[in-house]
Design a protein around this ligand. Structure first.
Ligand code: F6R
Length: 608
């Protein structure tokens, strides 16, 4: 949701900024721009479209400039055009600013500034910020930024430069991420860690309303009152090669194939002497025993994890679970109770709606645990406890490996709680631990469905509507299968509880409509089979996703199979998702679309 970068140091700044933006392009890619100081003047280069367009525009420019800021945009206010792209300038061109977030009171501020004679050139909310800083600027950029943000409502991470103070970048954040990388004789800031890793592993995480003044040899922090504050660096241990495609055509494919490793890394450290250790959730045995309710809150794919989590936790640990979409949570005025746990799930740890939900729960005095992938992210820091998924860096916009490790976390939580609450026999617990340990191998085996999936993808990539149906956890998984397909292939698709189809949606089934039926749960097989027959009777083309042991049940009734490795029914979603991700991937490939950067989307949704 927009990526910002800023660099000061001895290197030529344009390649550094472009390199940083490349690592941030997953955050938005409808336009991009850079601003840098050249002979005491600010120069701006911007271009509409993907970063390559900007790269091309910059290609002839040979300068030795060593300070600059850059931006890659996901449009909110104003169309994705050159004029609306960042950096934005004040009237005299002496201050440049890049912004990630939304200024909610920009209309009132714009009117106020226009009355003072300011001329606006773009349709963005961002432009008010640069004019406001200009309004307060009397030779001290930190002070001007500090006064400007006092008037701003909304979310922001800004990086600002002024030609009057050519030795510094000033930046600030509120509800949008900003990380400062400390290196030797050079410093760099960015919206996310991958953009910094080439230069340093020592980073500062900026908190809300903290201002940073970054020079070549120094980094100073100030609070909202202008008082100097001290901050500690955190060492980032990530492997830089995770940010490379490593021989795969796309990050999405690489990340699909990384799932066995991701599952292993997420499970192994928590298995201690045959017991699943969920102490990182911050809940002790007494709390677990007294637990009356769990509310799981998340967005998009992470909310689909929550739906599987509901089935699994209720079934295994016998705790009532409600699922909320984060963007709805605080506006429905949720009634949270004592003795309850709120779990927020997030890959990025920066999703604005999920952060707002977390804060709502905390404001009601309820314990909040986060299942989160990005270490040191806002959600990881603000929750009472962070249970990390070790999926590693996820670059493709459509989540795959993070989703699967979130899913695994739900099972670990369910089984660990069940053991404490005495709702599971020792035998069943040991079976579960054994099976969860084997998941990486099962995932590996599932990847062998590639050819079968490719064939279906080739036959069906021209489809205009696809339906995914299932019951129980298979229904919860269908939601993710459907989202994967629509978000990257742009094919309209819907997920339906198989039994619900006949209450209206079946009207959409025509001869040859593709229906993917997921059926991995023994107790529901016959019911799902009836629903398959209903769509077959209307001419649907049915692909059935099941395990070998249930195949015979469907033999006569379906057109194609995707047969999963044998697995305990309840845990099937963890591997079922893999051929669904591959189906979306190969269909999109056949259509010739950009798999890693689908239109209109951004990886990290830091606006409401
Ligand atoms: C879909 C996808 C999104 C995210 C959602 C939440 O493939 O990735 O639906 O799941 O935007 O993002 P996080 O998990 O970062 O909070």
């Amino acid at each position: 949701m927009c990526g910002i970068v800023g660099y000061i140091g001895p290197r030529k700044v344009i390649p550094v900024l472009l390199g940083g933006l490349t690592k941030l392009e997953y955050r938005g890619y409808d336009s991009a721009g850079v601003a840098y100081l050249d002979n005491g003047k600010i120069e701006v280069i911007k271009e509409q479209g993907k970063l390559d367009n900007l790269r091309e525009k910059c290609s002839g420019i040979e300068t030795d400039n060593t300070l600059g800021i850059g931006h890659t945009r996901w449009a909110t206010h104003g169309a994705p055009s050159k004029i609306n792209s960042h950096p934005h300038l004040n009237g005299s061109g002496t201050i440049a600013l890049v912004h990630n977030g939304i200024i909610e009171n920009y209309v009132a501020l714009k009117e106020w500034l226009i009355k003072k004679g300011v001329k606006f050139v773009s349709d963005t909310d961002t432009e008010v910020a640069v004019h406001l800083i200009d309004h307060f600027y009397f030779g001290d950029l930190v002070s001007a930024v500090r006064q400007a943000i006092e008037m701003l409502e909304g979310s922001y991470a800004f990086a600002v430069i002024s030609s009057n103070e050519p030795d510094r970048i000033v930046a600030v954040r509120k509800d949008s991420p900003l990380i400062i990388g400390k290196a030797d004789g050079e410093n760099i800031l960015a919206s996310d860690i991958p953009a910094l890793l080439e230069y340093t592993r020592d980073v500062y995480f900026l908190n809300d309303n903290e201002i940073v003044e970054m020079k070549k040899d120094s980094i100073d922090f100030f609070d909202i009152y202008g008082t100097r504050i001290k901050k500690q660096t955190t060492k980032i241990e990530w492997d830089v090669t995770q940010a490379e495609k490593g021989g795969y055509d796309h990050f999405m494919l690489k990340e699909i194939y990384e799932q066995p490793r991701a599952l292993r890394d997420t499970f192994s450290p928590r298995l201690k002497n045959g017991i699943i250790d969920i102490s990182e959730m911050g809940i002790d045995d007494d709390f677990i025993k007294d637990l009356k309710k769990i509310t799981i809150v998340a967005c998009g794919s992470a909310s689909h994890v929550a739906h599987v989590g509901k089935y699994v936790i209720e079934r295994i640990a016998k705790v009532p679970v409600e699922v909320d979409i984060a963007s709805e949570f605080r506006y429905r005025h949720p009634l949270l109770i004592k003795d309850q746990l709120v779990i927020v799930i997030s890959q990025s740890g920066e999703t604005a709606d999920t952060i707002a939900a977390l804060r709502e729960a905390k404001s009601q005095g309820v314990k909040v645990a986060a299942v989160v992938n990005v270490i040191g992210s806002t959600i990881a820091r603000e929750a009472d406890a962070a249970f990390y998924t070790y999926a590693g860096m996820e670059i493709a916009v459509a989540t795959t490996k993070a989703y699967d490790t979130q899913l695994l976390s739900m099972y670990m939580l369910a089984y660990a709680m069940a053991r404490t609450r005495g709702t599971i026999s020792e035998e069943e617990y040991d079976r579960a631990v054994r099976d969860l340990s084997l998941l990486p191998e099962k995932a590996e085996e599932t990847l062998k469905l590639k050819e079968a999936v490719q064939r279906i993808a080739y036959e069906r990539f021209m489809d205009e509507d696809v339906f995914f149906i299932g019951r129980g956890v298979d229904y919860a998984l269908s939601m993710e299968a459907s989202l994967k397909l629509k978000e990257i292939s742009y094919i309209h698709s819907e997920a339906y509880a198989a039994g619900e189809l006949k209450h209206g949606t079946i009207a959409l089934i025509e001869p040859n409509t593709l229906v993917v039926a997921i059926a991995t749960q023994e107790d529901l097989i016959d019911k799902t089979l009836s629903n398959i027959k209903e769509v077959k009777a209307r001419g649907a083309y049915v692909v059935c996703v099941t395990t070998e042991k249930y195949r015979a049940k469907f033999d006569q009734g379906v057109d194609e199979f995707l047969i999963l490795p044998e697995i305990a029914d309840i845990e099937a979603p963890i591997i079922t998702v893999i051929p669904m991700q591959m189906l979306a991937y190969y269909i999109t490939l056949n259509k010739g679309f950009d798999v890693d950067k689908p239109r209109n989307l951004a990886k990290s949704v830091t606006v409401e």
